[in-house]
Unconditional design. Structure first.
Length: 388
């Protein structure tokens, strides 16, 4: 499949960065899919079930993590296929070409492990992806982000942090591994003191680094949200948690000592509860709608959606100017919920960002304002095999 629309003068102004080719095999509804693109925004249209969101999900595997659906890797494989799924993407960064391939490990598909290659070379950890691609997305499943538990908000924030700090994913992975090992030891009741102290030292170092990285991005996002004049609501963002409170009150050296002490003192309680009671794994992202001075959780459904879109666009703005990685913006079924004024404002903001945005919708007419400045791909039926 190719996008056969004339290019506008807009394309000559954008940085030469984005997806030039996307290839899928055995991925969701696609047995084989291939599309060649230029670097303008991409509009995917078609009926429900045509596979639009599946293409965004494929792109979401270009950064560390489990993709925008957070599915088990084995669930991504096409149901009628016995072969594991794979994605191959050709990107362009200025004049350089970058090839990224990733997919379920064909040698051990039962391991829920994915293999990643960059320019043909296998990499040890998917965290390396954050050095090459940065991404932010908004999907209908995120509409309840402000109403549900803090875990989803932490995950949302951490994905934003990946784009600014490539080491963040690796620190999170190490931290979560140390958490599990510490919990396991405590449950045994008898453990080597030096072993658990070593795990707690890892929790201290990585936990503080994780919190500092999150706080830095939250501060930058708040600054953008409160300085830009847009049709979208202005929000104030903050982090809430015990470690965050310490960072505001104490020096870094004192905080390290405090966290060591708190972890040691909390061992018995943590053994009984089966979880570590202190650390960034318990932090929460808070948002306030400034026009009403009201927490996002208390806002109307429409206001919450608008706040979330505002945060995502602010993050995309920062990615476009403050990261060396190739930035991508994925917006799934967003425009159908916007009135005409806000749709127009969104399209204008996307073009000003000068990054490759991917938008989906069932009604192509809603994207009419982008004609000439974007490339339109129509997906008719998910069962079709799409080829260039």
């Amino acid at each position: 499949m190719t996008a056969a629309q004339p290019k506008s003068s807009y394309e000559t102004d954008i940085p030469m960065r984005g997806v030039e080719r996307l290839n899928l095999t055995h991925f969701r509804c696609y047995e084989i899919f291939s599309v060649s693109l230029d670097l303008r925004p991409v509009i995917l249209t078609g009926p429900n079930g045509a596979g639009k969101t599946n293409l965004l999900e494929a792109l979401s595997y270009l950064i560390p993590g489990r993709g925008l659906r957070r599915a088990r890797l084995s669930e991504v494989t096409r149901q009628t296929s016995s072969d594991p799924w794979a994605i191959s993407v050709q990107l362009k960064d200025q004049d350089a070409g970058i090839q990224i391939g990733t997919g379920l490990d064909p040698e051990t598909p039962e391991s829920e492990r994915r293999v990643t290659r960059i320019n043909g070379e296998k990499v040890k950890s998917q965290s390396v992806l954050a050095e090459w691609v940065s991404m932010v997305w908004l999907t209908p499943q995120m509409d309840r982000l402000f109403l549900e538990g803090p875990q989803g908000r932490r995950g949302f924030l951490d994905r934003l942090v990946y784009g600014f700090d490539p080491g963040h994913a690796q620190r999170l992975s190490r931290y979560e591994k140390a958490l599990k090992e510490r919990t396991f030891l405590l449950r045994q009741g008898h453990y080597d003191r030096h072993w658990i102290e070593g795990l707690e030292e890892n929790l201290v170092n990585d936990g503080i680094a994780i919190t500092v990285a999150r706080r830095e991005v939250v501060g930058q996002l708040s600054a953008v949200l409160q300085s830009q004049e847009t049709f979208f609501p202005c929000a104030d963002l903050s982090l809430r948690g015990d470690l965050e409170t310490l960072l505001y009150q104490r020096s870094l050296f004192d905080i390290e000592e405090d966290v060591r002490r708190l972890l040691a003192e909390g061992r018995e309680q943590d053994r009984l509860t089966g979880r570590t009671s202190f650390g960034p794994h318990r932090s929460d992202l808070m948002a306030v709608f400034l026009e009403k001075n009201q927490p996002a959780a208390l806002c109307s459904t429409g206001e919450q959606k608008a706040l979330l879109l505002s945060i995502v666009m602010a993050s995309a703005h920062l990615l476009s100017i403050r990261t060396g990685a190739i930035p991508l913006l994925l917006l799934d079924e967003v425009v159908a919920h916007l009135d005409e004024a806000r749709r127009s404002a969104l399209f204008d903001a996307i073009l000003k960002l000068k990054i490759q945005a991917w938008l989906t919708g069932t009604d192509a007419s809603l994207f009419k304002e982008l004609e000439g400045n974007a490339q339109f791909l129509s997906l008719k039926e998910a069962r079709l095999v799409s080829k260039t």
